[in-house]
Design a protein around this ligand. Structure first.
Ligand code: GP9
Ligand code: MN
Length: 689
């Protein structure tokens, strides 16, 4: 072993000596001057862009994006060696210009949008206008011109070399060898970079919507390359299979009437009212009506539940698009797409949505969220969904004092939103607002800002000598689940304040408020087990032979992912508890019946029509009914009622779920709701119009 090590050491020393002796580095530099200058200026520009746009210490010290930039420009630059003489120089110049342009455009775009540019946005004409304006408005700012200087240096250097007529003319073999060595070097740097990535970084890169995060980790060039792939991919896949998709779509909706053909006790009960929707971040059913030592986690929500209409078996239906998937499903009664997310990849499709149908009824429609407008590509997608205006972070005052977790605290957000709502109510007759909260977002670690809320368990224990003692066992203190309840308690308090402020402003009269949790909080199952099986005397889990032990399985965990849905009005026109199994896609038809609009293409149903016969399909093919939760990956199920199931029950529901997911996906990918699409023309022809 020792011998091996000393051999290895000798080898390295010999190689270093050889490099010194043969002056390998200096001769490489001499031989590849322009290539190295090209690499240098491209990396300098990308680094400057990050420093100017996101000036944080983390960014200054971040080495990863520099490695990524070197890999990208080296690999692209390596192809220059395949060209002869001057052409090799021209190739590098073209790429140096492209990379400089990427930095300049993104710099200007960032000033305007506090995010980075996407080619998918440029495909929309209205964006060309806005982006064009943004570039023009900012082009004279020094920080945007900075990137030009390294390029000017490159051009100067290029001319100096060409004047001296120093184009190296290599033989074909030598050129190919240089290409090979350079691309291998670039490949090795790329490999080292990829190996250094965490799973979170990889998943964010694949999803591509959190642009600042990606540029900070992957550099601007890799971001832009990935952006092109992510933007063009869906357009290409939509080019194949249109006819089959159209046929399937027509068959699926074939026998549906164009107008709603039923009425029930809820028909038009909310017609003409203003509507405020609260998309409550990560609000999970487990928090509702839960107490710790007699103190409610959600006193305000519990009150609203008692006064309004509460849906106790309601599920969100999200895929990788989490919040944005809920926004899609809630607003359109469609399912999340099978690849990518609708918000990012299919924001330019036509959607039949609640805001667009309410707009037809004279409503002013808007959405509010205090995060960056590009988060989940909301700026573009909310417009596609029919919102007249999106009030994003830029319209709120955010300072260090009012930040919790991801951004502006819910309390400050609601207070500022009420001011906006006052103005909206003065200016518009009827309005529909979709308000997205933020504070109750994973990882729930800002506990010192949530206010006091103990997740302990007070209990009386009997000591060995027979005396009794009151103790406060830690219970969920220090766990993620415990911190979650503290966070929800804060979110509930913020909601309570919002209702008070709304009431003071007289904005609750003639208004319906719809509140729902957007998805579960992604909490560890082991901590649920602790919650249900905690023994305060031992500060540990109960043993399985304890008669009160709850056998908490994976199905219980899935069922616990349900979220609350409440429809509340001040005058209590709708109230009571609804226990039917219901999904996010059922909201549109259910509230449509109440508000007086109808969407023939909704995939969900008015819950007051389907009642106990409803089925909630999840994007992964799982489904739940009032009788059964079915796991399609494992082919396993859990019965939820003591009822005998017909042998075809699973097969039929599986077929239903698959068909629904397929039609939903195709409708979005192939833009089948677009009246100008080929589909419409064909169906019109078949109707003889
Ligand atoms: C971001 C917020 C959270 O603005 O809506 O999104 P999520 O991580 O829940 O999808
Ligand atoms: Mn969310």
């Amino acid at each position: 072993m020792k011998k091996k090590l000393s051999n290895f050491k000798d080898k390295i020393i010999n190689n270093i000596k050889r490099i010194k002796k043969e002056k390998i580095i200096s001769s490489y530099v001499k031989d590849n001057k322009l290539f190295l200058v090209y690499v240098l200026i491209c990396v300098i520009n990308s680094t400057l862009l990050r420093i100017f746009t996101m000036p944080t210490m983390e960014n200054y010290l971040s080495f990863k994006p520099i490695v990524a930039d070197i890999a990208v420009v080296t690999i692209i630059g390596s192809f220059s060696y395949l060209f002869k003489g001057k052409k090799r120089y021209v190739y590098l110049l073209v790429w140096a210009i492209i990379f400089t342009a990427i930095c300049t455009i993104n710099s200007a775009y960032y000033t305007f949008y506090t995010s980075f540019a996407s080619v998918s946005m440029l495909s929309l004409t209205q964006y060309i206008g806005e982006v064009g304006d943004a570039v023009v408005e900012n082009v004279l700012q020094i920080k945007d011109l900075v990137y030009i200087f390294p390029l000017i240096f490159f051009i100067y250097y290029y001319h100096r070399l060409s004047k001296k007529d120093q184009y190296k003319i290599y033989t074909k073999e030598k050129r190919f060898k240089k290409f090979k060595n350079t691309i291998i070097a670039g490949g090795i740097i790329l490999l080292l970079f990829v190996l250094s990535l965490s799973s979170l970084e990889i998943s964010r890169f694949v999803k591509q919507w959190n642009r600042e995060y990606i540029v900070m980790r992957f550099g601007i060039y890799m971001y832009q390359g990935n952006d092109i792939v992510a933007s063009i991919g869906p357009q290409i896949s939509a080019m194949f299979g249109y006819d089959d998709a159209k046929k399937e779509f027509n068959e699926y909706y074939g026998d549906r009437t164009d107008e709603q053909n039923y009425t029930n006790e809820y028909t038009n009960v909310l017609e003409g009212r203003n509507v405020i929707v609260i998309h409550a971040e990560s609000l999970q059913g487990i928090a509702i009506n839960r107490t710790f030592n007699g103190v409610e986690v959600t006193p305000n929500l519990n009150k609203l539940i008692n006064e309004g209409l509460y849906f106790s078996n309601f599920y969100s239906q999200v895929s990788v698009g989490t919040s944005s998937d809920t926004e899609l499903t809630y607003n359109t009664s469609l399912m999340p797409t099978q690849n990518g997310t609708a918000f990012v990849s299919y924001f330019d499709r036509t959607y039949i949505s609640t805001p667009s149908l309410l707009k037809d009824k004279g409503y002013y429609t808007f959405s509010m969220h205090a995060n960056n407008g590009d988060f989940w590509n909301r700026r573009a997608m909310h417009e596609s969904l029919g919102y007249d205006k999106f009030y994003s972070k830029e319209t709120y005052e955010v300072d260090n004092e009012n930040i919790i977790g991801l951004g502006l605290s819910d309390k400050s957000f609601f207070a500022q939103s009420v001011e906006k709502l006052k103005k909206i109510s003065e200016e518009h007759d009827k309005y529909y607002g979709y308000i997205i909260t933020l504070t109750n977002h994973t990882p729930f670690s800002d506990t010192d800002k949530y206010g006091e809320f103990a997740v302990t368990m007070k209990t009386t224990i009997t000591n060995e000598d027979g005396t009794t003692e009151e103790i406060e066992a830690p219970y969920l203190e220090g766990t993620k689940l415990g911190n979650y309840f503290k966070s929800v308690h804060y979110a509930d308090e913020a909601l309570g304040e919002f209702f008070n402020e709304m009431e003071e402003a007289g904005l609750l009269d003639n208004t319906a408020v719809i509140i729902f949790g957007d998805h579960d909080a992604r909490l560890p199952r082991s901590e649920f087990n602790l919650m249900y099986n905690y023994d305060p005397a031992t500060d540990d889990l109960k043993t399985e032979d304890d008669p009160t032990y709850v056998d908490y399985d994976s199905f219980d965990y899935e069922l616990d992912r349900k979220v609350p849905l409440i429809i509340w009005t001040k005058d209590g026109v709708v109230s009571g508890q609804v226990d039917y199994t219901m999904g996010m896609y059922d909201v549109m038809p259910t509230i449509g019946n109440m508000l007086g609009f109808y969407n023939k293409y909704a995939l969900g149903h008015d819950i007051f029509e389907t009642k106990d016969d409803n089925i909630v399909v999840f994007p992964n093919g799982n489904w739940v009914t009032n009788l059964m939760y079915y796991n399609s990956q494992k082919g396993e199920y859990k019965l939820l009622k003591d009822e005998i199931i017909d042998e075809n029950y699973i097969t039929e529901n599986n077929e239903y779920a698959e068909k629904l997911l397929d039609v939903s996906n195709k409708a979005i990918v192939f833009d089948l709701f677009n009246p100008n699409s080929e589909e419409e023309t064909v169906s019109k022809e078949s109707r003889g119009e």
